[in-house]
Ligand binder design. Structure first.
Ligand SMILES: Cc1cc2nc3c(=O)[nH]c(=O)nc-3n(C[C@H](O)[C@H](O)[C@H](O)COP(=O)(O)O)c2cc1C
Length: 184
């Protein structure tokens, strides 16, 4: 089974990002067609990028980089759950992306953005960076508008039917093995 890494970009206390990611992860679990590795950047707690060599040289030296590289290398695809901060994506996510290079290249990535508005400015910017890293993109991205308005009494996110369908479409693509993706 392919491994899907779900990256939780917000590292803020009391963030809603983990709730959005929990919805994504629960949906993926229900499908049962991917192994899931949740890379919560709050838990990962990477320092600001501090390697001596540029990542494109592949000469990682520090233990936190080696551990992050091993984890990302083991993933077949990525689903990035990210808020919009000041019109872009959080620095925590840029930092985690900048640490590595070859481990991202050629793999498929989908973006689940969220924020106060129906239109995301963040997704375009993140897409540009993912393109620089050589990541392929899913055919759609998701924008969860005001996720705090979608919470049930138990605090879980209850998606609209439209969002739920879009997530299934994204997971259909992210759950394909590379050879299946090339053939599709
Ligand atoms: C530093 C900062 C900047 C923000 N800028 C935006 C923005 O540009 N667009 C937007 O829709 N919401 C913006 N918001 C509101 C966020 O959508 C909202 O706080 C959301 O809960 C952030 O995600 P998080 O709780 O997972 O960190 C901003 C919030 C913060 C903390």
């Amino acid at each position: 089974m392919p491994t899907l890494m779900v990256i939780v970009a917000s590292t803020r206390q009391a963030r809603i990002g983990r709730t959005v990611a929990d919805w994504v992860v629960a949906t993926a679990h229900q499908r049962g067609d991917v192994e899931i590795d949740v890379a919560d950047l709050q838990e990962l707690d990477l320092p600001f990028f501090d390697e001596a060599h540029p990542p494109m040289m592949g000469k990682y030296e520090l233990p936190h980089t080696l551990a992050w590289a091993e984890r990302v290398a083991a993933a077949d695809a990525f689903l990035i759950v990210s808020p919009e901060y000041n019109g872009s994506f959080p620095g925590s996510l840029k930092n985690a992306l900048d640490f590595l290079k070859a481990e991202w290249k050629g793999k498929l990535a989908g973006i689940v953005g969220y924020g106060a508005y129906p239109e995301s400015r963040m997704i375009g910017q993140l897409g540009f960076v993912l393109g620089n890293l050589g990541l392929e993109r899913t055919s759609i991205d998701l924008q969860v508008e005001t996720p705090w308005s979608l919470l049930a009494e138990d605090g879980a996110l209850v998606a609209t039917p439209e969002l739920a369908a879009e997530l299934q479409t994204m997971l259909d693509e992210l759950s394909l093995r590379e050879d299946e993706r090339v053939a599709a």
